[in-house]
Design a protein around this ligand. Structure first.
Ligand SMILES: NC(=O)c1ccc[n+]([C@@H]2O[C@H](COP(=O)([O-])OP(=O)(O)OC[C@H]3O[C@@H](n4cnc5c(N)ncnc54)[C@H](O)[C@@H]3O)[C@@H](O)[C@H]2O)c1
Length: 332
C-alpha cells in the first residue's frame, strides 16, 4: 500500500483522485487546500490530516519522510499555474508527483521539471486520461493498422457550456489557466498527437474568451477544431434535451462514438502509474507546446480551411462580470 498526499482537496477534480487512490487500494495520509470546504475527505479517507496552510502541510509531509509513514506520491489538483511549484515541493520531499493537466503552462517549465527529476530521482506523472479511454485506444489501434501514409480529415468539436461563475474564477484568467485551449482543449490536442503524430502546422482562426477555433496539421491528419464554453453555440437538439455539452469527432466524416466511458479514467490512470506505465513529462510535451502556441499566435480570422462552426460564432462584446446584466442593457 502506497501513501499519498493531495494538494487542492476542496476543488472539483480532487474527489476523482481520492476515489482513484481508494480504488487502487492505497491510502491518503494528508491533504491541503487554502479553502476548507473539504468534507468530501470523510467519504474516502477520514483518517487523513488536512492543512489550510502550505507551510504546515510541508512540515508535516517532510517530518513523515523520516518515519515508516512516508508519502510515496503527491497528487496535484491545484490551479494550472501552480502545478510546477507543487511538483517541485513533492519531488524535493522525496515523493513522486501525479499532476492534473495541463502539466504546466509554458514549455520551458518542462525542462526545469525534468532537471528536478534528475536531481531527486523521483518521477513526475501527468493525467492524460483520454489515452486510457477505451474508444480512443480503439481509434489509435485502427489508425495504427491502417495505411501508414494516409492523411485523415478530422473535425473536432467540443462545446461544454460554462455559466457566469466561470468568469470570476481562475479558470477564466489566462495567466492562471492558460485559456480555453490549455484548460479544456489540452486533452484533445494530446489525443490527436498521440494517435496521428507530430504537429506540422498550427493555425488559429478565432480566439475569444469563450470560444476558440483553428486548424492543426499532424503527420497523418488535417484537423479543423472548435472549442467553446458559450451555451449559445450548442446545437438546438442538444439544448432541447437539456444538455450542456456536445462532443463530436469525425474522422473522414465518420463519427467516433465516445460519449460514455469517462467515469473511471482517473482510476485507470492511477493503475497505470502504479504499475510503471504512467505518462511522464516527455509524453506531455507536444500538447503543452501546441496549446502554448495556440495561446500566443495571432488569429487569422475566417480564412483557409476553418471549422464550420466558426460561421455561427458570434463575438460577444462582454464576457467577464454580470454577463446577463450586460446582455439586457445592450438589448435595450
Ligand atoms: N482531468 C480532468 O478531466 C480535469 C477536469 C477538471 C479540472 N482538471 C484540472 O484539475 C485542476 C483543478 O481543477 P478544478 O476544476 O478542480 O479546480 P477548482 O478551482 O475546483 O479546484 C482547485 C482547488 O485548488 C485550491 N487552491 C488554489 N490555490 C491553492 C494553493 N495555493 N494551494 C493549495 N490549494 C489551492 C482551490 O482552493 C480549489 O479548492 C486543474 O489543473 C484543472 O485543469 C482536470
Amino acid at each position: 500500500m502506497k501513501n499519498f498526499a493531495l494538494i487542492g482537496a476542496a476543488g472539483y477534480i480532487a474527489p476523482r483522485h481520492m476515489k482513484a487512490i481508494k480504488e487502487t487500494n492505497n491510502n491518503l495520509i494528508a491533504a491541503m487546500d487554502i479553502f476548507d470546504s473539504v468534507g468530501i475527505i470523510e467519504s474516502y479517507f477520514p483518517e487523513a490530516s488536512f492543512f489550510k496552510e502550505f507551510e504546515r502541510f510541508e512540515r508535516h509531509v517532510n517530518k513523515l519522510q523520516h518515519t515508516n509513514d512516508k508519502t510515496d506520491y503527491v497528487s496535484i489538483c491545484s490551479p494550472n499555474y501552480l502545478h510546477d511549484s507543487h511538483i517541485r515541493f513533492a519531488l524535493r520531499n522525496g515523493t513522486h508527483a501525479i499532476s492534473e493537466k495541463p502539466l504546466v503552462l509554458n514549455p520551458w517549465t518542462l525542462d526545469a521539471l525534468e532537471q528536478v527529476e534528475k536531481e531527486t530521482g523521483k518521477n513526475i506523472y501527468n493525467i492524460l486520461q483520454l489515452r486510457v479511454h477505451p474508444s480512443i485506444i480503439a481509434l489509435k489501434q485502427k489508425i495504427a493498422n491502417g495505411p501508414k501514409d494516409k492523411i485523415y480529415d478530422i473535425d473536432l468539436t467540443y462545446l461544454t457550456s460554462r455559466g457566469n461563475w466561470y468568469y470570476t474564477t481562475w479558470k477564466a484568467d489566462v495567466e492562471k489557466s492558460g485559456g480555453l485551449a490549455s484548460n479544456i482543449g489540452v486533452h484533445f490536442f494530446d489525443m490527436l498527437y498521440w494517435i496521428f503524430g507530430d504537429v506540422k502546422q498550427n493555425i488559429v482562426h478565432i480566439r475569444e474568451e469563450d470560444k476558440i477555433a483553428g486548424y492543426i496539421e499532424l503527420e497523418n491528419a488535417r484537423v479543423r477544431w472548435f472549442l467553446s464554453i458559450d451555451y449559445d453555440m450548442l446545437p438546438d437538439e442538444i439544448k432541447t434535451k437539456g444538455q450542456r455539452t456536445y462532443r463530436s469527432i469525425t474522422v473522414d466524416s465518420e463519427e467516433i462514438e465516445f460519449s460514455e466511458g469517462f467515469a473511471d479514467l482517473h482510476t485507470m490512470t492511477y493503475q497505470g502509474i502504479l504499475t510503471g506505465e504512467g505518462y511522464r513529462v516527455s509524453d506531455a510535451r507536444v500538447a503543452i507546446e501546441t496549446v502554448f502556441k495556440i495561446r500566443h499566435i495571432d488569429p487569422i480570422g475566417l480564412k483557409g480551411d476553418y471549422h464550420p462552426f466558426c460561421n455561427k460564432a458570434v463575438k460577444k462584446p462582454f464576457s467577464k462580470f454580470s454577463r446577463d446584466l450586460i446582455r439586457k442593457y445592450m438589448e435595450k
